[in-house]
Design a protein around this ligand. Structure first.
Ligand code: PFF
Length: 449
């Protein structure tokens, strides 16, 4: 129970942990492959709209709820609206976080495999096609992907069991800046590739004919996933914020840095995709098949490759600990469970579902529900449905139900005209723009209409 009152020690710690949660596989693995499947520039444009017009206000809403109540996601809604249906948000958050943790750990496990592959110089395989086949063989091999998923989840356990300040904050402070530096180096390298123009055109030139309702749904899901939004992750983290943490600034910094990493990942991947004659719409395998081709063509390729996958692994870790914290805080505070026991419960659930997701690329690849493998189903259900539903509930709650004085007090903006404008804009987005846009995308994207 002492954890409940824990707080992040420094401003840098707040930014590093929040950005650490946001930045991860969502930016470096998921964004490029979703953009690759959904027409590049058009997808980026939709993603940007949802990040800045809907995402930033909803981040503020989660921060307001979390810091005001100092509680886990379920406890927070229970405290603010006792006995009301808003408490359902708690369940959405916990289910979504467990679904995401399960498939996310599989991909994080792939990064661990690739650390070892890099150290072994990809067993001497250096052609783009050979590296492509190497990934397929690995992903379909059942045992190794499952093993890495479990190893990854155990790493999570070891950090989470140490608690908020010692475990999470310290790690994020070091890792996040390192990741930025290495991404910038790789982006510069990609900008010198022969097919750079094609790659950048694919990423930045929107082809509006590619915008269909399902691309809108995918772009909305990507924005929520990438910002760790709509499942109470930021409610839980902001319950550890101090009273003087500036919420609006932290929301913008998180969204800005998160977007920067996704764009950098796109700048790294797409020139390489075209240079090495790969298919942009390759799906979840894209990054793992393309990146090694980039690395081994660099001087000192083995070192770059190892370093990159270590950082990607660590960036995944800062994200998975934030999603685990949602259910751990819930078990600890609502069921008075001991922190270590709650952490174990969370990890065991993820190991069971994570194993099934890992096998989705191997012996369970024919097992589908509504045409989705389990891995894809968990991803689609959480990102495209549960998170936007959670975002809608949160925005309506803060926009319409929560006492305006609480919103004002937590946002704590100055009396300057620009601050007054920011306040009005955030409230307007929460009351009207976010619920209407999310609702419309659901109606059209899911084919309800
Ligand atoms: N935002 C993370 C990423 O982009 O990799 C994923 C994520 C973390 C989603 C935490 C949800 C969450 F609660």
């Amino acid at each position: 129970m002492t954890e409940k009152r824990a707080q992040f020690a420094t401003r840098l710690g707040v930014i590093a942990t929040t950005v650490g949660s946001a930045v991860g596989l969502g930016n470096i693995w998921r964004f490029p492959y979703e953009a690759g499947v959904h027409g590049g520039g058009a997808f980026l444009l939709i993603d940007l709209f949802f990040i800045f017009v809907i995402g930033v206000p909803v981040i503020c809403a989660e921060f307001i709820i979390g810091r005001h109540t100092g509680s886990n996601v379920r406890g927070a809604f229970k405290a603010l609206a006792p006995g009301k249906a808003w408490g359902v948000m708690g369940y959405i958050g916990i289910i979504a976080s467990l679904l995401i943790l399960s498939f996310y750990s599989v991909v994080a496990g792939w990064t661990m495999e690739y650390i070892f592959q890099s150290l072994r110089d990809f067993s001497g395989v250096h052609s783009a096609d050979g590296l492509h086949d190497q990934f397929d063989t690995f992903a379909q091999s059942n045992l190794r992907p499952v093993m890495w998923t479990v190893v990854f989840l155990i790493c999570n356990y070891l950090i989470l069991a140490r608690g908020v300040r010692k475990g999470i904050e310290k790690m994020s402070n070091i890792l996040m800046p390192m990741l930025f530096v290495i991404l910038i180096i790789f982006a510069i390298n990609s900008l010198m590739m022969p097919e750079v123009a094609k790659g950048l055109e694919f990423l930045f030139k929107p082809d509006f004919s590619k915008i269909t309702p399902s691309v809108l749904l995918g772009g909305m899901g990507q924005a929520f996933f990438s910002l760790s939004l709509g499942l109470g992750c930021l409610i839980t983290y902001s319950s550890y914020f101090k009273k003087d943490t500036p919420l609006v600034r932290t929301a913008f910094t998180t969204a800005g840095l998160d977007t920067l990493v996704s764009v950098l990942a796109g700048v790294i991947i797409f020139p390489a995709v075209f240079t090495f004659g790969q298919e942009p719409a390759a799906g979840p395998k894209l990054v793992f098949e393309v990146l090694p081709s980039i690395f081994i063509n660099l001087p000192g390729g083995m070192i770059w490759s190892t370093l990159f996958f270590i950082l990607l692994f660590l960036a995944s870790l800062t994200s998975t600990i934030s999603m685990s914290e949602i259910s751990i805080a819930y078990f600890v505070e609502e069921f008075k469970m001991e922190r270590k026991k709650a952490t174990r419960l969370n990890i065991v659930i993820a190991i069971v579902f994570g194993t099934l997701c890992a096998l989705s690329f191997g012996c369970m690849s024919d097992f589908t529900i509504f045409g989705f493998t389990l891995f894809n189903l968990f991803d689609y259900l959480s990102s495209n449905i549960l998170l936007p539903v959670g975002g809608m509930i949160t925005s309506i709650f803060v926009g319409w139900v929560l006492d305006r004085s609480v919103v004002r007090q937590e946002l704590n903006l100055s009396a300057k005209p620009v601050s007054r404008f920011a306040f009005a804009a955030i409230v307007f987005c929460l009351r009207f723009v976010a619920p209407v846009c999310i609702g419309l995308v659901f109606i059209f994207g899911l084919g309800i209409f």
